[in-house]
Write a protein that binds this ligand. Structure first.
Ligand SMILES: *[C@@H]1O[C@H](CO)[C@@H](O)[C@H](O)[C@H]1NC(C)=O
Ligand SMILES: *[C@@H]1O[C@H](CO)[C@@H](O)[C@H](O)[C@H]1NC(C)=O
Length: 116
């Protein structure tokens, strides 16, 4: 199983308050926003996606979808992925706990909502 890539770049320390149902999220990462499929609008029939609900039995966590642009190793990257959200995660909180500089952040809870 492939782990959500956000786990690699963000520290996790969000407490549980409200439950959010797991969702299907587009899942990709690109080193440069332009000229890479991950930087373009995603298409559920051709783009890779991940059903975040499959992680819940293992981790006990609930998930949202995220689309993040950030600086890592001097590169402007974009990631679309499942993101642990046990009810109170916002982009502002993510900016505070993130170990990388976030250029843009979107967190959403509908299937395939992180495709734009
Ligand atoms: C995840 O969601 C389920 C179902 O809504 C809920 O029972 C559970 O407490 C949530 N887990 C966490 C860690 O918030
Ligand atoms: C998604 O891809 C399918 C198959 O290539 C295509 O028929 C469809 O028009 C695309 N949808 C969007 C919104 O681009």
């Amino acid at each position: 199983m492939e782990y959500p890539r956000i786990w690699l770049i963000l520290s996790i320390g969000i407490s549980a308050i409200v439950a959010i149902n797991a969702v299907k999220c587009f899942d990709c990462v690109a080193q440069a926003v332009r000229g890479d499929k991950c930087g373009e609008r995603q298409n559920r029939s051709t783009s890779y996606y991940f059903d975040c609900a499959t992680l819940t039995p293992e981790s006990g966590d609930n998930y949202s979808c995220a689309r993040l642009e950030y600086k890592q190793d001097g590169l402007h990257k974009i990631t679309r992925s499942c993101l642990i959200n046990n009810g109170d995660l916002t982009c502002n909180k993510l900016r505070k706990i993130s170990q990388v500089k976030l250029y843009s952040c979107a967190i959403c809870d509908m299937d395939f909502c992180n495709g734009v």
